[in-house]
Ligand binder design. Structure first.
Ligand code: ADP
Ligand code: MG
Ligand code: MG
Length: 203
């Protein structure tokens, strides 16, 4: 794990934005199969807005950066994903406090608090075929192995494991059993966010 300072997380945000641009069409195709086909566009718009916000406000600590990113996502994305990812980042930022840099353990605990807040806000539990099915395994792997690569790999395995799940939350749940056989778009966005943590470590 690299030094977790504000500069590192700024690189993470631009890597995320780049990955969403590159992979947006794939995310949208996943969402189109069981939802309304806007997930890629939502994440591209959201992370563009986040990058602009951090440029204009120059957060001084990782905690401030996460809080600003979360608020911006919530305010710039109309879909369910905006408020959910926004809550995750905002709560993570709040938990990080004013440390600079933060330690890997502090980051792990803060991300865990963010995931718990998403569960409370959206009512999803593991197995419901949502972004949590990638996020929770990623956090477990990070707790265990302590590397972003392990977390990213676990996120990917978790996202792929949503295929056979029946969606219980969000638009995909309207399809009932017909949602079975489709991987969750938001879970794949989580994979990209962890991919960006890996990329930002090695600029
Ligand atoms: P919308 O469904 O409003 O068009 P998006 O397409 O951008 O929003 O995001 C859909 C994603 O949001 C889903 O793939 C899923 O991962 C996530 N999601 C939706 N509802 C919930 C929920 N209640 N809890 C957790 N994640 C959810
Ligand atoms: Mg959608
Ligand atoms: Mg939508």
């Amino acid at each position: 794990v690299p030094v977790l300072d504000t500069a590192y997380f700024l690189r993470w945000l631009s890597a995320s934005s780049e990955l969403f641009r590159r992979e947006g069409a794939r995310l949208t195709a996943l969402d189109a199969a069981v939802g309304d086909g806007d997930h890629g566009a939502n994440m591209v718009r959201g992370f563009d807005a986040v990058c602009e916000a951090v440029e204009q406000n120059a957060p001084a600590t990782p905690g401030e950066l996460f809080a600003l990113a979360g608020t911006t996502l919530t305010n710039s994305v109309g879909g369910a994903s905006g408020p959910l990812f926004g809550m995750a980042l905002r709560r993570t930022g709040k938990r990080l406090g004013t440390g600079e840099p933060v330690t890997p353990d502090e980051l792990a605990a803060a991300l865990r608090a963010g995931a718990e807040a998403v569960g409370k806000l959206g009512g999803a539990v593991p197995g419901d075929s949502t972004l949590l099915d990638a996020l929770l395994p990623a956090l477990d792997a990070f707790d265990g192995d302590g590397t972003f690569v392990a977390a990213r790999d676990a996120a990917l395995a978790g996202a792929e494991a949503t295929g056979p799940m029946q969606a219980k939350k969000g638009r995909a749940s309207y399809l009932g059993e017909r949602s079975i056989g489709h991987q969750d778009a938001g879970a794949h966005s989580v994979v990209l966010l962890f991919d960006a943590l890996v990329l930002a470590a090695d600029p």
